[in-house]
Design a protein around this ligand. Structure first.
Ligand code: FES
Ligand code: FES
Length: 178
């Protein structure tokens, strides 16, 4: 994001910083709307979402791609917004929890997490919903191993995972043996 410098007493404006000088215009589709931002190409998507577009559902956790608290969908695939930079998302399509949570398709996931006690402080919950909703919509009958593999990128520091596991098992019941 650029900053406009207003010189005091009509003096010359200060020279642009290197980052400001290299700012470029990022354009993408965000939650179904075309948006743009003037930013350095190495600005992280997580920063843009929270500080430029004021979408705070994606949370900063580890900020190195391990915890899933910042999860969004990029062109329909779950990704960690802390690892994506502006130059990597030019012209792409991003959906955040603010959009997915309005979508009735994510309702079974939200209900299961709430009913099974999978939400405590809630810090990881938006990432959990993004991950579980993606699996629920893309692959409604995953094996237990596939469901575990999808969720292994989402860490929770509160629950001990009991409630989250119950929600996953409720959403993706194991095939009954004949
Ligand atoms: Fe992005 Fe942890 S904050 S994966
Ligand atoms: Fe608190 Fe998961 S509910 S981090």
């Amino acid at each position: 994001m650029t900053t406009t410098h207003i010189p005091e007493h009509g003096g010359k404006p200060p020279a642009a910083s290197a980052k400001e000088a290299s700012a470029s215009v990022l354009q993408l589709n965000l939650n179904g709307q075309p948006v743009s931002a003037s930013c350095s190409p190495d600005t992280r998507l997580l920063t843009l979402l929270r500080e430029h577009w004021h979408l705070t559902g994606a949370k900063p956790g580890c900020e190195v791609g391990r915890c899933g608290a910042c999860m969004v969908w990029l062109n329909g695939e779950p990704v960690n917004a802390c690892l994506l930079m502006a130059y990597q998302i030019q012209g792409q399509t991003v959906r955040t929890i603010e959009s997915v949570a309005q979508d009735s398709a994510s309702e079974p996931v939200r209900d299961a997490l709430a009913r099974c006690g999978g939400v405590q402080c809630g810090y990881c919950t938006s990432g959990m919903v993004m991950s579980m909703s993606w699996l629920h919509q893309q692959q409604p009958r995953p094996t237990a191993a596939e469901a575990e593999a999808q969720m292994c990128g989402n860490l929770c520091r509160c629950t001990g995972y009991g409630g989250i596991r119950r929600a996953v098992q409720e959403l993706f019941p194991a095939e009954k043996s004949a």
